[in-house]
Ligand binder design. Structure first.
Ligand code: 5AD
Ligand code: FES
Length: 340
């Protein structure tokens, strides 16, 4: 039995098998199987999520992130509730049925404000899913957002290895708390997304193995992975970026471990390779998350350098994506794209 077949059959992977696949062995067959598994559950449909980056203020200071607190060179902005609603209206017109509200951990947006925004969106667009991606909160806050109508929550675990976690974050953040948040979210009833960066400083085969085992345990509905890309105003400015090959290999492995998972071909992957997202979709990914933020704030949400699509309107991106997706034999669908 090939290693790929074994991983697919057992829905598990050993450290040795991971090393073997990351070395590029059975690469074509791995992608072929991941694609087949994705097709079994989701056919050739690609789900779209409209990303609304509504604040780039952040109280955290993660070493990798361009909007970290200490970065004085960020032009900070917040969208008003009215502006957020306008993004949704335009998104709805373009066919989006999921809105992802993503932002830094910004104290200006109190629980009350977030709940108000969520219930306004759900009130105006009852057939849409609302996803929040606003970081670590208390269980009570998560519960309040859920009761206001939020359906899903994205919170990447970043790394499942505690030592590596501290290499990426200052000491006021901990892996234990991150895990606690993810467990709370799941327990409350959210569809939950975890994930990590590929090639982040200090990442090793062992930390990646820990990531995969953590994902198997958590069994999230979504997994967001993309290459680490240095941002010039961060402590990691001179670190090396993650690679396309490694990201694509890990996407395929994750598809085999969690066959039904919702797996985005991320903007970061599209940033390090002009056809990175297509490569991701051909290796088992089934989601893309174009930007719905107003054009004037696009460049200000710079988690990493050279981010794509900062000059395009949402309408241009969706046209572009439809073309790209159909070129590889898939089609963009206009529905909520729930976990199956
Ligand atoms: N490169 C790639 N991804 C990044 N993120 C933050 N900074 C970077 C970077 N420099 C990712 C993190 C975070 C998500 C919103 O973006 O994984 O969870
Ligand atoms: Fe934005 Fe292609 S997806 S320009």
């Amino acid at each position: 039995m090939s290693v790929v077949d074994e991983v697919e059959a057992k829905k598990n992977i050993t450290l040795k098998q991971l090393q073997y696949l990351l070395d590029g062995n059975e690469a074509a067959y791995l992608k072929e199987r991941a694609l087949a598994v994705r097709r079994e559950h989701y056919g050739n449909e690609v789900f779209i999520r409209g990303l609304i980056e509504f604040t780039n203020y952040c109280r955290n200071n993660c070493y990798y992130c361009g909007i970290r607190r200490d970065n004085q060179n960020v032009d900070r902005y917040r969208l008003s509730e009215g502006e957020i609603m306008e993004c949704c209206t335009e998104g709805y017109r373009l066919g989006f049925r999921t809105f992802v509200l993503q932002g830094g951990e910004d104290g200006f947006f109190t629980d009350e404000k977030i709940c108000h925004i969520v219930s306004s969106i759900k009130g105006s667009f009852p057939d849409c899913a609302v996803t929040l991606s606003i970081g670590e909160k208390t269980r009570e806050s998560y519960k309040a957002f859920f009761e206001a109508g939020a359906d899903r929550y994205l919170l990447r675990h970043e790394t499942a290895n505690a030592v590596h976690y501290q290499r990426l974050h200052p000491s006021d953040l901990s892996l234990d708390n991150r895990k606690e948040c993810l467990n709370n979210l799941k327990d409350i009833g959210y569809q939950v997304g975890a994930g990590f960066m590929v090639g982040s400083p200090g990442q090793t085969i062992k930390t990646l193995y820990d990531d995969l085992q953590f994902l198997r345990e958590l069994n999230p509905h979504m997994v967001g992975i993309g290459p680490f890309i240095p941002q010039h105003d961060t402590p990691f400015a001179t670190e090396k970026a993650g690679t396309v090959d490694m990201t694509v290999t890990l996407l395929a492995v994750i598809r085999l471990l969690l066959p039904r998972v919702l797996l985005p071909a991320t903007t970061a992957l599209g940033t390090i390779d002009p056809v990175g997202r297509e490569k991701g979709l051909m290796a088992g990914a089934n989601v893309v998350m174009p930007n719905l933020s107003p054009k004037r704030v696009r460049e200000k949400y710079a988690l990493y350098d050279k981010k794509i699509c900062t000059g395009e309107e949402a309408a241009e991106c969706i046209e572009c994506l439809k073309r790209r997706v159909s070129k590889i034999g898939c089609s963009v669908v206009c529905d909520r794209g729930d976990y199956r």
